[in-house]
Structure formats: C-alpha cells, structure tokens
Design a protein around this ligand. Structure first.
Ligand SMILES: Nc1nc2c(ncn2[C@@H]2O[C@H](COP(=O)(O)OP(=O)(O)OP(=O)(O)O)[C@@H](O)[C@H]2O)c(=O)[nH]1
Ligand SMILES: [Mg+2]
Length: 561
C-alpha cells in the first residue's frame, strides 16, 4: 500500500508560503474524511483529526495578526532568561532552584486587547500576561508588533503538571523556539520525546543553543555542528539553528532578528496548521489504501447470496407447491366431470402455505403484501448457509480495503439481518406466482369433457327409457343404428371412452405445464428475493464502500500541499 502522505514533500520548506485558502481547503478535506468515516472506524483513531479540525477552526478565527511563539526546553536552559532579555524586562522569574517556571508567562508586543482572546484560548492566566509597549522604545519594538512570546515550564520536569502544560501548549502555539544549553543539548529526552515528534513542524521550528558564553568561543561552532547532526537525525534537517547568550544583548541579535522575520511574514500560524494537517494525514494514512475499491461484491458472490436467501425464504417449498397446485387445479378443470367434484374436496397445496389459492387467485396485491405465509421456517442448515453467504459478500466487498474497514463492511452486511425473515416472507406473500389466470386450454378440454359426458348421459337415458317402455309393454323406441351399433349404446360407450381417453391424453400435458408453472414461479420469486438481498444486504455494504471511497478521496485532498 503506497503512502498517500508520501506525496507531501518531506523536505524543509523554509520560506515557502502557505496559502490560507489552500489550508482551509485541506482542513475541509479532513472534515469530509471525518464525516465519511463517522460510525465506521474506531473513534480512538480519529481523535487527532477531530482535535485538529476544532483547533484549527478556532485558531484561524481568533487572530491572524498575532504570532504565538513558545520558548520550550529543559529546565535551566535559559528560557526565562531569553524571555526577559527579549522583553528587556524582568517579567518571568529566573532562578537557581530548578525548575523555576511553573506557569506559562506571556509577553505581548503591541496592544494586549487583540491578543487577549487568543491568550484566553491558549490558557495563559491574565496575571501572567504582560505588554511590551513602552513609550520610550516603542519605535524599536515595532518590528515585533504582533508577537506573543510564551515562556513555558520545563518539559523534562520532575513536576508532571509542567510536562502536561508544555504538551498542551505545544499543540496550540504557532512557532516553537527550542532552547538547549551546552550541557544538555544532546539529552535523549529532548530529541526522542520532543524534537523528533515535531519533525512535521520543521517550518515553524527554531533551535537555539543558549548560554553560548559558557563555551570557549572556538568550541561554539563544533557544538553547533554536533547539534545540527542530531537535528538531522531527528528529521529536522534545515531548521534554523542559532547560538544565543541571554545575559548579553549582543548575544540576542540573531534570535531577535529571526523573530522579527517570523512576525513580519505572518505565516507561522498557517505553517503550523499545515504541519498539523500533515501529521494528522500521516496518522490516518493506513486507514485508506491506494487502489480504488470495487463498487461491490462480484456477480458469483451475489448469486450465492441470492441462492441462500431463496433457500431461507422457502422458495423451493413454494415452487414445489406451485407445481402441485397447478396439477391440482388443472386436473380439477380438465378431468372427467364425474370425479372432478371429488378432486375439489382435497385442499389446494398453495392454500396450505397460506399463499393465494383458487378462491383468491388474483387477489389484491396490497392485501397479500401484509399477509404472513406459512412457508416453513428456514432450517438450521439454511440459516447457516445464509450467514456464510452474507459473510462471503462482506469478505469479497472488503477484499481490497485496508485492515480498519472489513469490520465495518461485515457489520453493514449483517446490519439488517434481523429484518430479513419478515422481509422475505412479505416478498413471498406478495409475489404473483402466475396461477391467477385459468388457461384457455383448460376451458376447452373441460368443455369437451362435459360434451362427451353429456353424450354418455343422453345415451344412458335413451337406453333406460327403451328398457322401461319394453318392460311396461309399450311400443319400443326406434333405435337408429350406426353401422352395427345402436346409437344410444354408441353415445353411452363412446362418451365414456372419449372422456377417459381425453383425461389420459391430458395428463402428460398437465405435468409438463405444471413444471413450466413451477419454473415461472421460481424465476419470479428469485427475482423478488434478489431485490430483498439488494436492499437488506448489498445496499448497506455499498454505502460503506461509498464512504470508504469518499474518505480516501478526502484524505488525498488533505494530503495535497
Ligand atoms: N551564563 C549564562 N547564564 C544563563 C544564560 N541563560 C540563562 N542563564 C542562567 O541559567 C539559569 C537558568 O535560567 P532560567 O532562565 O531560569 O532557565 P529556565 O529554562 O527558565 O528554567 P526553568 O524555568 O526551570 O525551566 C539562571 O541562573 C540564568 O541566569 C546565558 O545565556 N548565559
Ligand atoms: Mg523558566
């Protein structure tokens, strides 16, 4: 899986400007990502993205005219000394007892008013806010107008509260000046826990080697080289590195100049947020893959699902009943009239399943939709086959997705499992099984049967009448002859024989037509059941796949610098 953030240039971007609109578009993309994955991915993985969206929105809304710069570093490195030296006032106590600074101090260059809301949000107490605006040197300080300098507690503190405060503030400030001293500049905690973590924010990172005066002048370049090498290992290649001496104004020129440039550019806030987006996108990267996923499971998996659904819905039992019902009704309509009545006494096989029988053939569809059938409940084997088929759908659909997603796809595929039995039953009840209309040939054969039976009855009556007249000694009827056979006898025997023959000839036709009726019903039921599968299983899966595609596109947009 290629890395989406791989497209973000990892090199130091130095003076490259961050366009505010482009940044807002990237933040919008992160927001879109969060909307797309809402409820689908574990919340814990999304916390940094939510925090970013919330923080960035607030920071951009608060003040773009101010640049918040924090002095961060180990205890005793000289943060407070630098803070005071820059302010040219003793604002933050400097001490020998370590750690000295326990609460963040802020110094604002320019009017405090505009900065107050920003400092409220950052969480610097009003009594620790100072204004660097003096009538005497106002002109000298204009270059720093808009700067809010923070003196942080030590990050390697024995006081846990200091570390928490530092971590909180490092997430909010626009630029960080990491202060190290000649003794502890190589400490692992500075590099492993902080500088390395900040590598995506190297555009807003500045490192100062303070207390340079404690080194023999010839040693300073060597220590700076060594520190540069460590910064390279931290992923902070190219960040500005300066030496400072807080106790000597001449040793502050470089840092002051760097801060003046930062303030003048008014880019730090945007660069910081751009770095935050990079970090968040990199953290989310493994939640999306590079390949565009398929729109859903393949046809054969869907066929498998439809077969399993048909089994669970009792389609085989219903189609069997359709075949039997067709035979039952066809024989009742075309059979020998003398035994038809007896056939009608037997129950219609479809009625046994509470499906439309002969009386309600063509019944109102709406009425049959609410009817529950008596189709047998699915067996344990059918239920487990359905479970497996749904699993297969989820597995196939999620095959190309990164590890975080198959769970969501499976959950979606199973999300409406509880509603399936009712939906299938309603579908079966609402399907026109094709037995509503009596075929014309039934009526033709039935009519013929009546005709030949009538002939037999006429023949019988004629004969009975002849016998009766003879028994009473009355003049006999004149029996016309057809060949050697008297007509009444011919009518009786011919009618009976023709009826039996017609019934015998019709039987195979009925069987063939019943099979066709079954196939037709099966086709209709399968199509309807497939629609249920589409609505209750495939659609939820496609919704998740759609969300995945949206999340992937959004993250791609968010990664674009
Ligand atoms: N020689 C010399 N001493 C310095 C310099 N900067 C700071 N110091 C001294 O180093 C000690 C610690 O300075 P602080 O400014 O309190 O250090 P800090 O980083 O604020 O320390 P915490 O508040 O405990 O985190 C003090 O005694 C300062 O006078 C410097 O550039 N040169
Ligand atoms: Mg301090």
């Amino acid at each position: 899986m290629t890395n989406i953030t791989g497209r973000v240039r990892e090199a130091f971007r130095g003076d490259q400007r961050v366009d505010a609109d482009a940044l807002i578009a990237r933040l919008d993309a992160v927001r879109r990502f969060l909307t797309a994955v809402d409820g689908l991915l574990p919340d814990a993985e999304l916390v940094p993205a939510h925090t970013l969206v919330e923080r960035a929105g607030t920071r951009l809304a608060l003040s773009r005219d101010h640049t918040v710069v924090a002095l961060a570093g180990a205890t005793g490195s000289g943060k407070s000394s630098l803070f005071n030296a820059l302010a040219q006032l003793a604002l933050s106590p400097v001490g020998v007892r370590r750690p000295t600074t326990g609460v963040t101090h802020a110094c604002v260059w320019g009017p405090l008013e505009g900065a107050n809301r920003l400092l409220d949000w950052i969480g610097v107490l009003p009594r620790h806010r100072f204004v660097r605006e003096s009538a005497l040197d106002a002109d000298d300080e204009t270059a720093l107008h808009g700067l809010i300098l923070l003196d942080l507690p030590d990050f390697d503190s024995v006081q846990r509260s200091h570390r928490l405060e530092v971590d909180r503030l490092l997430g909010l400030v626009d630029q960080v000046v990491w202060v190290v001293d000649p003794q502890k500049y190589a400490d692992r905690v500075i590099h492993d826990s902080y500088l390395r973590e900040f590598h995506r924010h190297r555009d807003v990172t500045l490192v100062v080697l303070n207390q340079a005066d404690r080194l023999p002048p010839a040693e300073v370049p060597r220590v700076l080289d060594d520190l540069r090498r460590l910064l390279d290992t931290d992923g902070l290649t190219g960040v500005p590195l300066l030496s400072t001496t807080a106790i000597d104004p001449a040793g502050m020129v470089g840092l002051r100049g760097a801060l003046e440039r930062t303030v003048a550019e008014r880019q730090a806030a945007l660069r910081r947020l751009a770095g935050d987006v990079d970090t968040v996108v990199a953290g989310l990267d493994e939640l999306v893959g590079s390949a565009r996923p398929a729109g859903g499971p393949d046809d054969s998996t869907v066929d498998g699902l439809n077969r399993a659904l048909a089994g669970a819905a009792g389609v085989p039992a219903v189609t069997e009943a359709v075949q039997q019902a067709y035979r039952h009704r066809a024989v009742a309509a075309t059979g020998w009239p003398l035994v038809r009545g007896w056939r009608r006494l037997r129950p219609d096989p479809l009625r046994r399943l509470h499906l439309p029988g002969p009386a309600d053939a063509g019944a109102d569809a709406a009425e049959s939709l609410v009817a529950a059938t008596s189709v047998p409940d699915p067996t344990a084997a059918q239920r487990s086959a359905l479970g497996l088929a749904i699993r297969a759908v989820a597995d196939r659909a999620a095959a190309d997705l990164p590890a975080a997603w198959p769970g969501a796809v499976t959950a979606a595929a199973r999300s409406r499992l509880g509603d399936l039995p009712d939906a299938l039953d309603r579908t079966i009840a609402g399907t026109d099984l094709g037995l509503g209309r009596r075929p014309l040939w039934w009526r033709v054969v039935g009519g013929l049967q009546w005709l030949v039976t009538l002939a037999a009855v006429v023949g019988l009556g004629w004969l009975v009448l002849g016998y009766a007249l003879r028994a009473l000694g009355l003049p006999a009827l004149d029996n016309p002859m057809v060949g050697q056979v008297p007509l009444p006898t011919l009518l009786l025997l011919g009618g009976l024989l023709a009826g039996l023959l017609l019934a015998a000839l019709t039987r195979p036709v009925v069987r063939w037509a019943a099979r066709r009726a079954r196939a037709r019903a099966e086709q209709r039921l399968t199509a309807k059941v497939a629609r249920v599968g589409e609505e209750y299983v495939l659609t939820p899966v496609r919704v998740v796949l759609g969300s995945y595609a949206q999340a992937r596109d959004a993250l791609r947009d968010a990664a674009r610098r």
